[in-house]
Ligand binder design. Structure first.
Ligand code: ATP
Length: 425
């Protein structure tokens, strides 16, 4: 039977709440009578998480997610119930926890590593990987109080995911940073998951939960109201969100996951000069509305003669999932032979039936295509050459999923029957 990594039996946490700040003061000055109102942030939680499982924790603001995770990491003591944790926990829950603002990044890595139970030698051995992951340059030797919140998260995440935890707890709301860093985080989370690490993942991003998790729980008013597959949990969560939306109309945007560890390939026979998005009027852009038409311009200089060059691009969402890729060979286009020293601009024009969010572009250049994705020589494969921010289109329908199918709708009523309510589709 699978080994239990975390077990909660009837766990509840009660906070004291005061109707007015003055009540707290009165309670201190006039002890004896409690003026607090008890508030149960989590109630009667029964949960078993098995070693190697990836669990998504979903719930609306105030549902009790952070409280539950703080109880599991033992930052908060439960008011009642029993918690058992088997394994070393590394958590990225609260910005700043575990970091001393006066210490440099380097000192904090060692300080944190020791808190997480690593020896000095183990931290030294992992130090370069942590610094490379955080990618904050010389700031590693500056006091962390001088860091931006983005730098802070980078370093905290780098420490949390590179210190061999048995159990990793991540609140994705903290994974701020650019799209490249977010993709890197998702790739690392998947690697850890494959390595058998138990992962608790809190996110408001339904598709990230579906892609990453084996199981999910939905919290509502401090109780687990569903413990099921991520799809089932997300469906109920979204249905509840939509119900709420009916009361206060506001749009929701859902994004999607997955990642890759493709290596970059560079070549001396062709140079990538620029990659630029353009609008329909050929103006350079960094962002575009969902469903609008854009152009991707790719400037190339060939350093040797080529008979049959091809160029393609791959677009990934923030969690690294490929949303589209193709190339001139697959599109049945020929660039034709190019001479050494000649330059071209390849332009792809397309619509963006995609969700709002940041998307990255990988460019591939090859020579001599002979079947789908197969070329005589792959000359260049360069990741992260450009980012496009897709903005929610205010004129679009309300939709969720991966691609906006933009359906039209018609209704057919049977003319042969007098019953006007009978609908045939
Ligand atoms: N120290 C505290 N004192 C009083 N109430 C608290 C305390 N900490 C949390 N709460 C309350 O407990 C409830 C659950 O809070 P919690 O932060 O666990 O929710 P959450 O699901 O993580 O929300 P979010 O998605 O907004 O982070 C909230 O109503 C919150 O106001």
């Amino acid at each position: 039977m699978a080994e239990v990594a975390i077990s909660l039996k009837g766990v509840s946490k009660c906070f004291k709440r005061y109707a007015r700040p003055v009540d707290r003061l009165k309670e201190i000055l006039l002890p004896g009578k409690s003026r607090a109102v008890p508030f149960w942030a989590i109630q009667e939680i029964d949960l078993e998480i098995f070693r190697g499982e990836t669990i998504g924790i979903v719930g609306q603001n105030g549902a009790g997610k952070s409280t539950l995770l703080q109880v599991i990491t033992q930052t908060l003591t439960p008011t009642s119930g029993q918690l058992t944790v088997n394994g070393r926990i590394s958590a990225l829950l609260e910005l700043g926890s575990g970091f001393n603002p006066e210490f440099t990044g380097r000192q904090n890595v060692f300080f944190n590593g020791r808190i997480l139970g690593l020896s000095q030698a183990e931290i030294e051995q992992k130090f370069d990987t942590i610094v490379e992951f955080a990618d904050i340059g010389d700031f590693i030797d500056q006091p962390v109080k001088t860091y931006s919140s983005g730098m802070f998260v980078r370093l905290a995440f780098a420490v949390a995911v590179n210190t061999d935890p048995d159990i990793l707890i991540v609140d994705e709301a903290l994974a701020v940073g650019d799209v490249y860093f977010q993709q890197k985080c998702f790739i690392r989370l998947r690697e850890l998951r494959e390595a058998g690490v138990t992962l608790l993942f809190v996110s408001h991003d339904s598709s990230a939960v579906c892609k990453l998790c084996d199981r999910a729980i939905l919290l509502e008013h401090g109780r687990v109201i569903l413990d099921a597959t991520p799809r089932q949990v997300v469906d109920l969560y979204e249905a509840k969100l939509l119900q709420k939306q009916d009361q206060a109309p506001e749009r929701i945007a859902i994004q999607m996951p997955q990642a890759s560890t493709d290596a970059a390939i560079t070549s001396t026979s062709v140079q990538l000069k620029y990659v630029q998005f353009l609008d329909a009027d050929n103006h350079a852009i960094q962002s575009a509305f969902s469903d609008s038409k854009v152009q991707l311009a790719i400037g190339l200089t060939f350093l040797e003669r080529m008979e049959d060059p091809h160029v393609g691009f791959r677009m990934r969402n923030r969690t690294g999932e490929v949303v589209f890729e193709s190339n001139t060979f697959c599109m049945k286009h020929s660039i034709g032979a190019v001479e050494a020293g000649s330059s071209i601009e390849a332009r792809f024009q397309f619509h963006l039936p995609l969700l709002a969010g940041d998307y990255t572009i990988t460019i591939g250049i090859a020579e001599g295509g002979f079947s789908e994705h197969q070329f005589k020589r792959v000359l260049t494969m360069l990741h992260n050459t450009a980012v496009l921010k897709i903005l929610q289109n205010p004129n679009a329908i309300l939709w969720a999923g991966i691609v906006n199918l933009n359906p039209t709708f018609e209704i057919y009523r049977s003319s042969s029957t007098p019953d006007e309510t009978l609908i045939e589709l």
